[in-house]
Design a protein. Sequence first.
Length: 155
Amino acid sequence: MTASPPGGAEAAAWIDGASRGNPGEAGFGVVFERDGEIEEIGGFLGRTTNNVAEYSALLAALSHAERTGVRRLRLYSDSELLVRQMSGEYRVKAAHLVPMYLRVLELKRRVPKLELRHVPRAENRRADALANRAIDERLPVPAWLELEARSPARR
């Protein structure tokens, strides 16, 4: 990664969700790279769908970017559905995903330069392994991560 301009902290994140069954035991993983340092963020979600796990990974990456002052973020996901929904190519039809989608839109506004790319599974192995480790080890979701959309009263 190259040096970023002043006030323009830059990062990249590989994101993935995993579910053993759909729904089933699920987890998410984020491999976050900034200034040559790599941070792994993961969490066990209990029993839910793979799409919820994918959105959880996206929320974790965006939340972490916001809280660490990242201004430019490149995201990589092997979920074609997630990438197409975020680009507006597909609509979010599943009612249970709408609150997460709305939360993502809120967080996207706080990261001025954001790029989300679809990558083949082979290029996302580390995030996939982390999502599966989150399930195996029942990794706790980070305390700073809010996975649900905030109600208007909390804004």
